[in-house]
Design a protein around this ligand. Sequence first.
Ligand SMILES: C[S@@+](CC[C@H](N)C(=O)[O-])C[C@H]1O[C@@H](n2cnc3c(N)ncnc32)[C@H](O)[C@@H]1O
Length: 273
Amino acid sequence: MSSPPPPDVGAEEERGAADGGGGSLSYGEAEYWDARYVEEGGAPYDWYQRYDALRPFVRRFAPPASRLLMIGCGSALMSEDMVSDGYVEIVNIDISSVVIEMMRKKYFDVPQLQYLRMDVRDMSMFPDESFDCAIDKGMHSFRWNSGLIDGKWCGVDAPLSAAQMVLEVDRLLKPGGVFILITYGDPSVRVPHLNQSACNWKIVLYILPRPGFIGNIKRHVLDPVPLTERGRLPDGFVPEDPDSHYVYVCKKMQGLTGTGSPTVNHIERQGEE
Ligand SMILES: C[S@@+](CC[C@H](N)C(=O)[O-])C[C@H]1O[C@@H](n2cnc3c(N)ncnc32)[C@H](O)[C@@H]1O
């Protein structure tokens, strides 16, 4: 299975997706993605990072025997690369029927890969606690913060959509399972939504420079970035690459917090991994 390099995607476009913007059609709408995939003619396209850069996290938190859910898979090569790396069962979902059809045809002879058209906010066809790991790389088409743009759900309803997604992922994961979220969103906009009162995550944050970044990175890739009590980056912390990607590894803990309060008790301190 081949793995050509990703196309050159501008950080601004990627940020646009992360923010939920997208011109007249929104990144949160199936029609936008259907049209885009028709236009691209099924060409593979990996947003943000390729599997080789994410492999240290994925291998560490989800062994190859894991049953894995790839959320908003798009036309990325990530799942194919994971199968080449020994993963045995990856269920890929996407809201775009166009890309799901393309991927089904492409991988019809790869039994480790399944492709289903599904909205991440309603994955009711899967039973509770049926996955070991869920990965979201650039899927979050919702405006996770509460900015209102045009009244569409990428705006006013977006926090609700983000909450629905997080609750669904939490429901589908086995206790001890992990949700790996790769995003442009820094902790101030992601941690509050991850810490739903009905969930009990242990969150560890990593920061990855974008591919091709030339600069001196002081941390080892698997060194977690400490978070404050409120789940924010420490004062004065600036990633070496301003266009870094944030990798949240959220482990599903047993039981509820019972507090309904955001973040505080759930943030894994550096070194406690
Ligand atoms: C920016 S692309 C990322 C694709 C892929 N994960 C990658 O890393 O290259 C976002 C993908 O999320 C899908 N998507 C958007 N909203 C969705 C939703 N509510 N449920 C499932 N998939 C969704 C889109 O169709 C699109 O394929």
